[in-house]
Every structure is written in C-alpha cells, then in structure tokens.
Design a protein around this ligand. Structure first.
Ligand code: HPA
Ligand code: ZN
Length: 346
C-alpha cells in the first residue's frame, strides 16, 4: 500500500543536483542593500518592495535590463563570497547536494572589477560549502554572448591560471542575433584546454531550432541550457536522447520570460527518456529555488513522486561529476524514494 505523500516535503527532501543556476541571479534585495551600504553605493530603490516592483519581465531582454544594473553592488572578493554563500545555504534547504554554478565574469570586468575578485570570492564559498554544508560546488564560467568573440577569448585567457577551479564554460545573455556559431573558435579553444562545454538555447528565441542544431553539431556541447524548443524537431529530440545529453530546464523562469512554464514540453521530453531535470536559473528574481521548481511543475502537470525522483536521477546523470559519484547519488535518490514508500521503475 502506498502511503499518502506530502509532495512538497518529498520534493524538498529529494537529493538533487542543480545544473542551471546563475550566481548573479541569486542576489536577493536584502543582500543588495547590505552590499550597497558596505560599498557606499546609493541605490535608486529605497525598500525591498521598491526593488521587487522592478521585477516586471515580459521576455529575456526585459529581464536582463533589470539583472545587469543590480550587479553594481558586487565589488570585492568578500561580496562575491557572501553572494554565493547565501545561495549555497538556500540550496542546502532545497535538498541540493551538488551544484554546478554559472558566473558571468564579463558583467564585472566590463565595469572595472578585477577577475580575481570574482573567482576568488566564489571559490572560497564553494570550498566552504563542501566543508560546512556537505555540498560539492563547481563553477562554470559563462561568456556574455552580446559581447564580441574577441572579448570572450580574452576572458578565457584570463581564466586559464584558475583552470583548476572551473569545470566548464557556458554562454548566456541576449540570444537575439548572437548565435552559438559566433563563439565556435572560443569554445574549440576551451575544449582543447580541457573544459566541458554548455550553452544557453533560451526559450522561444528567433532561430531556436537552428541554434540547438549548432550547439550539437558545430560546437559539440556536453549539455544544453534550456533547449526546451527542441520539441519542435523530432530528429533533434532523437539525437539528444541517443547521446544522453542533458537539458537543464527551468519551469518557473520560463513562466517569467514567456507566457508559461512549458510544462507540457518538459514532461513530454521526460516521458520520452530525454535527460531533462529542473533548475532555478535566477531564483532571487523568479521567487523560486530549485525545490520550488519541482513543486511548481508537479502542480502544473500533475506529476507524482516517482516522476520527481526521475528528474532528480537525471540531475545527477547529466552532471559533470565523475561516474562513480554520479551513480552513488542516483542510488541515494533510489534509497530516499524507497524510504518514502515510493516505487520507482527498475
Ligand atoms: N538566459 C540568458 N541569460 C541569462 C539567463 C538565462 O536564462 N539567466 C541569467 N542570464
Ligand atoms: Zn540561465
């Protein structure tokens, strides 16, 4: 007999990896005020409510127009540490045991903040997460696609002395007129330097399918961020399923930058055996951390605990952990489900 399950508690307790998380997107208004005060910066907004009132997004571009200016409060290594540390504590409350975190060095170097402040602060928080929270935390350096390929290459060169601290590289910011192929040379060099590769293929962009094709066939990525529009092309769905490529879906984020969570698309891919999992993207802006994304999708698409557990299994299988640790975590999900009286397919 199956016990009655509290799906929210189940989702929070589920051991999971988070693979699509922008550290700069975890800046909560309260911390923004604290950092502004520490750095002597005058903000236009006076209260947390004023800040939240600016969170009116209709698409990716309008989100980014709010997102980048907020980062001016981040200046010292301590600021970057405090930002990441606050996120990592929230992640632990959301059942995260492993996280691969995006950071955008060019959003800081372009306004005069040294690269070493950014990476130094983030790295210290990642080490602390392992020691104090039992969370393994890795960093993925993202290039801003609305800047030039030359600036991306220079950023890659600047990162090389820190390569031990960076698991892979990604591509984010405004996708319009900035296709993956623009960065083919940068990503080829990154691969040659030993970095794993991922790129954003955002939701409902002009050229979505062509961009997804480019990341698979021309760039040779190890994962795709979002990528949900792949449902429009059967042949590409078959390719990612065959290759076991992860798609890092972000349902609550989708509901802010488009009309909907894209629940039907995400669940359709899950049920076809594509390696999709759920993530929070920019949780401070979208008001939902990763477990909240599991709960939101479950409510929207009427998922039960077994499918939530499959999403968590996918999060480890699509992660960049060594194979032995991946399978150990998958076993942890299976044990957790069994303890909760949830039957998973073998
Ligand atoms: N897409 C592109 N750029 C971003 C995102 C995203 O989801 N989040 C933060 N920067
Ligand atoms: Zn993102």
């Amino acid at each position: 007999m199956t016990r009655h399950i509290d799906l929210t508690a189940f989702a929070y307790g589920l051991p999971k990896a988070e693979l699509h998380l922008h550290l700069e997107g975890t800046l909560e208004p309260e911390l923004k005020f604290a950092l502004a005060e520490r750095n002597g910066i005058e903000l236009a907004e006076k209260t947390v409510e004023d800040v939240r009132a600016t969170y009116r997004f209709t698409d990716l571009t309008s989100f980014l127009a709010v997102y980048y200016p907020a980062m001016q409060v981040l200046q010292t290594a301590e600021d970057f540490h405090d930002l990441a540390w606050a996120y990592l504590q929230r992640a632990q409350q959301n059942g995260v045991v492993h996280v691969e975190m995006f950071f955008d060095p060019q959003a800081h170097t372009s306004r005069g903040v040294p690269f070493e402040n950014v990476i130094g602060g983030y790295r210290r928080a990642a080490l602390r997460a392992q020691d104090e929270l039992g969370i393994s935390a890795e960093l993925i350096l993202c290039f801003l696609r609305d800047f030039s390929a030359e600036y991306a290459m220079a950023t890659l060169m600047e990162a090389l002395p820190y390569r031990q601290w960076i698991v892979g590289v990604g591509l984010d910011s405004d996708e319009r007129d900035n296709p993956p192929a623009k960065f083919a040379g940068v990503f080829a060099r990154a691969k040659a330097e030993g970095f794993l590769l991922t790129m954003h293929c955002d939701i409902d962009q002009a050229g979505s399918i062509e961009h997804i094709r480019q990341v698979i066939e021309e760039i040779g990525v190890d994962r795709i961020d979002h990528g949900t529009n792949i449902v429009e092309n059967e042949a590409l769905v078959e390719v990612v399923r065959e290759k076991g490529l992860g798609l890092t879906c972000c349902p609550v984020s989708n509901s802010f930058v488009t009309e909907q969570m894209k629940a039907e698309e995400i669940v359709g891919l899950l049920r076809r055996g594509v390696r999709v999992m759920l993530n929070s993207d920019d949780p401070a802006y979208f008001g939902a951390y990763v477990a909240d994304n599991y709960v939101a999708l479950a409510e929207q698409a009427d998922l039960g605990p077994a499918e939530l557990a499959q999403l968590a299994i996918n999060s480890f299988e699509a992660s960049w952990l060594p194979a032995g640790r991946r399978s150990a975590y998958v076993e942890r999900v299976r044990t957790y489900a069994a303890e909760q009286g949830v039957q998973l397919p073998a």
